[in-house]
Write a protein that binds this ligand. Structure first.
Ligand SMILES: [Co+2]
Length: 366
């Protein structure tokens, strides 16, 4: 769907709305998977405990490999298209909002922030801009740490969202995802086969889930954005290995950052780790410049690429690779228009940091 050279059309992993909902799950011949979902209680998710030899119910035969033991997240039935039915939590009126979340912006599309690179993409180092950017990043890190203490078997992602929301507004910040292109919640929670942009809901977290919690805050005019994948209870060995490889991939991407370094070296370093560990890298979601705007250039590809561009002092961007079990890196979007699942329901893990390029190096500020 997205050919070489069209990388600018990719979505940043943090809440870029989907370009197209035309992709559909490839469940042909795999209806056993869907039928296994526990429709009487949580229609959102089914359970697959099949092995490669269990042909009838095996989702993993698409890759001829075994993805482990976990619940598959599927859209709630009957399908409801879009998210306008999901209520948004109120934010006290005295808290400054990003432009897209002001009452007058309601119903308008969110500016994409896309375009060619310019000095607008740079933070003025040593100025109040840098200090405010760092404060926003630090708050995002604190919120994520707090969220991690709430990830427990039996607690719902919506309860997590409520707690995160309250924590953020108590710290005089606005939860950036709320209202971004209509996104209805204050953080993203992506469980098991959900790659990114999972919408917090009333499904209790299960023993063995992995869940990425993606936090973005808007504080004093700047966004701070960070995420990681948490283990819920007793996660199987294959799930733990995926999460740890994702951490390693992010570290590898960060390690090649610095002034004058090519942007493409980030994706190349991440992809090398994924290759070594036997995972795919999603190419459908990119990292992004961040500052006074949630998403802007430079766009950070996480897969192997030959794109031009170098890192400059004052660049601040996220690196947020999604690693996927097996050899199929593709995703499809649920009817809600946001939730991105792997095409074959293999698990995906993601981790995200903000990197600030300085005169002398690169600093992780989340
Ligand atoms: Co992001």
């Amino acid at each position: 769907m997205l050919g070489p050279g069209s990388w600018r059309a990719l979505r940043a992993a943090s809440l870029r709305p989907p370009l197209s909902t035309s992709s559909r799950p490839h469940f042909a011949g795999h209806s056993g998977l869907v039928m296994r979902s526990d429709a009487s209680t949580y229609r959102r998710h089914g359970t697959t405990r099949s092995r490669a030899s269990d042909e009838e119910n095996d989702i993993s035969e698409l890759d001829a490999s075994f993805f482990g033991t976990y619940s598959v997240i599927l859209p709630t039935e009957p399908f409801v298209f879009g998210v306008s039915h999901i209520p948004q939590r109120p934010v006290p009126s005295q808290i400054p909002r990003p432009p897209y979340a002001t009452p007058s912006a309601r119903g308008l599309s969110t500016p994409t922030g896309r375009g060619s690179s310019s000095s607008d993409d740079l933070v003025r180092l040593g100025s109040s801009e840098e200090r405010r950017l760092r404060r926003a990043a630090r708050l995002a890190r604190e919120v994520l740490e707090y969220a991690g203490t709430l990830v427990k078997v039996g607690s719902t992602t919506d309860a997590l969202d409520a707690a995160v929301h309250d924590y953020i507004v108590t710290h005089s910040a606005y939860p950036s995802p709320l209202g971004y292109s209509g996104f209805p919640k204050s953080c993203c929670t992506s469980v098991n086969n959900v790659v990114v942009h999972g919408i917090p809901d009333d499904r209790p977290l299960e023993d063995g889930d992995i869940v990425n919690v993606d936090i973005t805050v808007f504080l004093d005019g700047f966004h701070g954005d960070t995420s990681r994948t948490f283990l819920v209870g007793d996660v199987d060995e294959l799930g733990r290995a995926l999460v740890s490889a994702t951490d390693e991939a992010l570290d590898a991407g960060i390690a090649v950052c610095g002034p004058g370094k090519p942007l493409r070296s980030i994706g190349n370093a991440i992809h090398a780790v994924a290759d070594k560990r036997g995972y795919s890298v999603s190419s459908q979601f990119s990292g992004h410049g961040i500052g006074e705007v949630f998403h802007r250039s430079p766009w950070i590809l996480h897969h192997r690429n030959e794109e031009p561009g170098v890192m400059l002092p004052g660049h601040c961007f996220t690196i947020e690779p999604c690693l996927i079990q097996g050899f199929n890196p593709r995703s499809w979007i649920f009817p809600d228009g946001w939730t991105a699942s792997t095409e074959n329901c293999a698990r995906s893990a993601q981790k995200e940091h903000m990197v600030l390029i300085t005169e002398h190096g690169a600093e992780v500020i989340t």
